[in-house]
Design a protein around this ligand. Structure first.
Ligand code: FAS
Ligand code: PHB
Length: 394
């Protein structure tokens, strides 16, 4: 098999990159380990930055999002029982975020891929990357017992944190940066109306709370839990009771509870690998970086990488700009580290750290009072939350 860009992974990174390159007339082939149903079954992100929304429009897959997505112009913080509105649009010259689940983004991208007839192969195994440093790299994989080979110009490693792309780069080439957080997030999805029109990020002495949503009839809630907690110990009733204990009484009083459609505990990690390219292999999204979800940056940083890579590859094929190929890692990492910082900042600001010293807990409290009590503080939160601007390519 031959193509111009071989894409490993059919999550949001791989599908969005494939769609943008296809629209630019560049041939791609996507290979995916799982089935489409499995990929769609993963309940993950819910908030799209303004830049991600624009990119989905540029990819021609924004139709259903425009119909069903919810534009949010603000978000709310709570600490010491005090409710603090953050007027995102007012503080950022009109920018907003879109509430539209990653599952729906992935579904829209899968449908677009099917409609354009561009090749995608599910259920692959034994994937191997060859000759990434040459100008004729290739990808091998197995499908139904047959060994296959893709000859290509470039390889996009969009295969997530546990994929093979990052691991196929010699370890001595890579620099890894990691911080593992001492707690997890217990998430619950339910067909219940959201407790509040805007998202709520709440600090509480019993632990962090996030009240999010997928639509006006589907809610997503998260509770900070110890890493030792197991999902079997969390019945729906226990979840709802704990959520009510961590919310102010007026919100707890109007919380609509219901049966969980999905319930899971996710560990929190901050991770970046440098560089994000090796010869003609480019790492994209979770293959290169992970953030704690507190800043709603994971999916959006994946889109950020795609924004840079598709423009660089389009300039290569359409204007002969091979000089831009070497700029991908630097451009992507500039924005990745700002996303890592904001996610780290929000996680530090809002979670309960049992092991912190009394002094450090006072510093954390002072941070909350400063950032949530000043125009400058609220503005820095708002401009990072809606998404910082992309740098120009070339
Ligand atoms: P993905 O991991 O989504 O996709 C990688 C794809 O590659 C997968 O389909 C995988 O099957 C495939 N693959 C792996 N190895 C392969 C191989 N060898 N060959 C072929 N295919 C292979 N982000 C937020 O912004 N907000 C959130 O609330 C949030 N919650 C999250 C909760 C959880 C439990 C997790 C794990 C992540 C969460 N994230 C969240 C982050 C998440 O949304 C990611 O940022 C996003 O999925 C990144 O997309 P991809 O880079 O495409 O990686
Ligand atoms: C979600 O809806 O899943 C969500 C929203 C905002 C976050 C994290 C997760 O910061």
């Amino acid at each position: 098999m031959k193509t111009q860009v071989a894409i490993i992974g059919a999550g949001p990174s791989g599908l969005l990159l494939g769609q943008l390159l296809h629209k630019a007339g560049i041939r791609t082939l996507i290979i995916e380990r799982q089935t489409p149903e499995y990929v769609l079954g993963r309940i993950r992100a819910g908030i799209l930055e303004s830049g991600t929304v624009e990119l989905l429009r540029e990819a021609g897959v924004a139709g259903r999002m425009e119909q069903e997505g919810l534009v949010h112009h603000g978000v709310e913080f709570i600490f010491d029982g005090q409710r603090i509105p953050v007027p995102l649009s007012e503080l950022t010259g009109g920018k907003s975020v879109m509430v539209y689940g990653q599952t729906e983004v992935t579904r829209d991208l899968m449908q677009a891929r099917d409609e354009c007839g561009a090749p995608i192969i599910y259920g692959v195994s034994q994937v191997q990357i060859n000759d990434a440093k040459s100008d004729r790299p290739s990808v091998e994989f197995e499908k139904e017992g047959e060994r296959c080979r893709i000859e290509c110009d470039f390889i996009a490693g969009c295969d997530g944190f546990h994929g093979i792309s990052r691991k196929s780069i010699p370890r001595e080439v890579l620099r890894e940066y990691e911080s593992v957080w001492p707690f997890g997030w217990l998430g619950l999805l339910a067909d219940t109306p959201p407790v509040n029109p805007e998202l709520i990020y709440a600090h509480h002495e019993r632990g962090f709370v996030l009240c999010s949503q997928r639509s006006l009839t589907r809610s997503r809630y998260y509770l900070q839990v110890p890493l030792s907690d197991r999902i079997e110990a969390w019945s729906d009733d226990r979840f709802w009771d704990e959520l009510k204990r961590r919310l102010p009484s007026d919100l707890a009083g109007r919380l609509v509870t219901g049966h969980s459609l999905e319930k899971s505990i996710a560990p929190l990690r901050s991770y970046v690998v440098e560089p994000m390219q090796y010869g003609r292999l480019f790492l994209v999204g979770d293959a290169a970086h992970i953030v704690p979800p507190t800043g709603a940056k994971g999916l959006n940083l994946a889109a950020s990488d795609v924004n840079y890579l598709w423009r660089i590859l389009s300039a290569y094929y359409r204007q002969g700009r091979s000089d831009l190929l070497a700029s991908y890692s630097h451009l992507a990492l500039n924005r990745v580290w700002k996303g890592e910082r904001f996610s780290w900042f929000m996680t530090h600001l809002l979670h309960d750290f049992q092991e912190k010293s009394a002094f450090d807990r006072k510093m954390q409290e002072a941070d909350r009072r400063y950032y949530l009590g000043s125009e400058a503080g609220l503005t820095t939160i708002a401009e990072n939350y809606v998404g910082l601007p992309f740098e120009n390519v070339g």
